[in-house]
Design a protein around this ligand. Structure first.
Ligand code: WCC
Length: 630
């Protein structure tokens, strides 16, 4: 079947329903069934007013019992639970970033991991005061990586990358005392503050949430993104495809899933080795087809054009196709359900990180020294498994869409350079984009991010919101599972310009871009912070003034709570389609919506009705325009 031009959420659901029939046939549960079993969800958990941080309780707040045994109020309890979510999210992203620092530290011209983007490494070295003149590039890499690792535990000072912010932001951060010190320190401090008998003041808890989130966005995540680019290449636009139809019945299918590109890069490279491709043909397959899921899909799609099977809530469905010889995972967003599910098929389920050990998987701990060979061994094993498929369990949907991916900040500026007649020294700026916004050809931009969540009809909010924004001449940058929703639907196909208003359509035609620009995985939301900062600098205004907002309509993970905190601290309003679990405290609701805006210029706007959410966003963008007099 040819690649379709656009699909519908209804069609995506038909495909999912067909795969659920296979689940029934093999006798395994999926998230749909488990969600039903978990409904209604716990009232106290939803409101954030169940406290189990000591063993006097658990204490649950009701009108009859308005305080915990220690006297903690709903505000205290919801505030502590919220800060713990931020801390867990920041720890998760930042530990991913730490792993990338370690890979860079172990980079070796004769080893598994080499330097790809020398210019980016030299730029970071210069920013961090590392000498590059006359030095071997690997010596520079090791010193930069060491400094990166020290960002996690340095006893004094603030994070290096904060220097990248515009002057107005830096001033606000200093005044509000939200400049993070070492990443680990902020996470530990959040955990210490929320231990029994410490901070009870909700405002102080929210304040530490901002600092902790910042240690992720301008620390761990930013290092994860930047050093991944140094190691594996800064993404540039390239074509790929998305949705179940990217799986090939006649090929050996390997899915990489998780987040850390260090592992998936090795699988992708191994699958390109000629001897392994020949081996695959020798067992009767037409070749090796590596596809991505979740965050990892974004990493390998942006750098290699690897095809994307789908997003978070499709991980079980991917295995239900019956043609996956191997699923290799690293860290984060991996359902434990994949263990028993893979046992219903011939699929080898391989875990590779001590951070994510899962029953029903086989554990192969990746290490930098042997990673290239480990990748080859796994690919060979997947090939050997090709013969073990059970024909009676196979159903591979044919649906897929084209997508143009890989819009790093560097790629966006390069595209803009291509359409300006400006002098060379005026290039490499966002000025052409700013001119379009000032002229009203583009009204503004929205960063669409985040997961799927069974509380929301999967992908529906992502797609309906994007379509309305495009119609209103609002350009979109996407990351994470929002990106895959857009890709599956066809919104990252350049032909999606037909969804846009006249102004945005014209810009897409002129620049040769799709209206939804793929910026990467969730860690890469740090790219979006740099994009907003770059626009603010080139415009000569502060970030909260730029007609740019963030939106996570279907978020579910603790990482998303951390992200939302650094996004608002960067001065960007964030629109949420799922409420954070603090609704049991009026003070907490006020603090995260209005309180933070008073402190740092950005706050949450929460609305579980996606139609109202997108209207609020458009209204927010228009208000920013009016304030600028444009
Ligand atoms: Ni990022 Fe959310 Fe996807 Fe996982 S991969 S599900 S955190 S958006």
């Amino acid at each position: 079947m040819d690649v379709n031009f656009f699909t519908t959420v209804e069609r995506m659901e038909e495909v999912s329903d067909r795969l659920l029939e296979t689940a029934k046939k093999v006798g395994i549960d999926t998230w749909e069934e488990r969600k039903k079993n978990q409904t209604p969800s716990c009232y106290f958990g939803e409101g954030g007013v169940c406290c189990k941080i000591c063993s006097m309780g658990p204490c649950r707040i009701t009108p009859k019992a308005p305080k915990g045994i220690c006297g903690a109020t709903a505000d205290t309890i919801a505030g502590r639970n919220y800060l713990r979510m931020v801390a867990a999210g920041a720890a998760t992203h930042s530990d991913h970033g730490r792993e990338i620092c370690r890979v860079l530290y172990n980079s070796d011209p004769n080893g598994s991991y080499k330097i790809t983007d020398v210019a980016k490494l030299e730029k970071i070295a210069k920013e961090w005061g590392v000498e590059t003149e006359g030095r071997d590039i690997y010596d520079v890499a090791h010193e930069v990586a060491y400094k990166g690792l020290m960002e996690y535990g340095k006893p004094f000072g603030k994070l290096n990358f904060l220097e990248r912010a515009n002057e107005e932001r830096k001033k606000v951060w200093e005044e509000q005392d939200v400049e993070p010190g070492a990443v680990d320190k902020e996470v530990v401090k959040a955990m210490h503050m929320t231990h029994m008998g410490n901070t009870a003041d909700a405002e102080a808890l929210v304040h530490q949430g901002l600092r902790t989130g910042m240690s992720d966005g301008w620390g761990g995540s930013m290092m994860g993104t930047e050093f991944s680019d140094v190691l594996f290449g800064t993404p540039m636009p390239r074509d790929t495809e998305a949705f179940f139809g990217v799986l090939e019945k006649e090929m050996v299918n390997i899915i990489v899933h998780g987040h850390d590109p260090a592992m998936s890069e090795m699988i992708v490279q191994a699958a390109e080795d000629r001897d392994l491709q020949e081996y695959a043909r020798s067992v009767g397959a037409k070749g090796i087809n590596v596809c991505g899921l979740c965050g990892t899909a974004n990493e390998v799609a942006m750098r290699h054009g690897v095809k994307m099977v789908g997003n978070f809530l499709q991980q079980e469905k991917a295995l239900l196709t019956g043609v996956i010889e191997m699923m290799v995972v690293d860290v984060q967003c991996i359902f434990p359900a994949l263990g028993p599910l893979s046992e219903c098929f011939h699929t080898h389920f391989i875990t590779t990180s001590p951070i994510a050990r899962i029953p029903g998987s086989r554990y192969v701990q990746f290490n930098t020294a042997e990673a290239r060979e480990q990748g080859r061994t796994l690919v060979r094993e997947a090939i050997d498994n090709f013969k073990n498929r059970d024909e009676s369990k196979i159903y591979v949907p044919e649906d897929k869409q084209k997508a143009n991916v890989g819009y790093s900040c560097e790629a966006i500026r390069k595209c803009l350079d291509g359409v300006t007649n400006s002098h060379l020294d005026e290039r490499d700026t966002y000025k052409p984009l700013i001119d379009c916004i000032k002229a009203g050809v583009i009204r503004g931009a929205v960063a669409m991010v985040g997961c799927n969540n069974p509380k929301v009809r999967p992908d529906y909010a992502h797609i309906e919101i994007m379509k309305k924004l495009l119609k209103n001449d609002i350009i979109i940058v996407v990351s994470g599972c929002s990106a895959q929703a857009a890709a599956k639907y066809g919104l990252m196909d350049k032909r999606a310009k037909d969804f846009c208003g006249a102004g945005l359509k014209r810009v897409c035609e002129l620049v040769g871009i799709p209206p939804v620009l793929h910026m990467g995985s969730c860690v890469d939301i740090s790219r979006m912070m740099l994009l907003a900062t770059g626009i603010a600098k080139d415009w000569g205004i502060d970030v909260p003034q730029v007609p740019v907002v963030g939106c996570a309509p279907e978020w579910m993970s603790e990482k998303a709570v951390s992200i939302a905190n650094y996004v608002v601290t960067t001065g960007i309003d964030t629109y949420l389609g799922v409420s954070p679990q603090v609704s049991g405290s009026a003070q907490m609701m006020e603090l995260i919506t209005e309180g933070t805006r008073k402190m740092v210029g950005g706050g949450f706007i929460i609305n579980t009705n996606h139609e109202e959410l997108v209207d609020a966003m458009i209204d927010g963008i228009e208000k920013k325009r009016a304030a600028l007099g444009i």
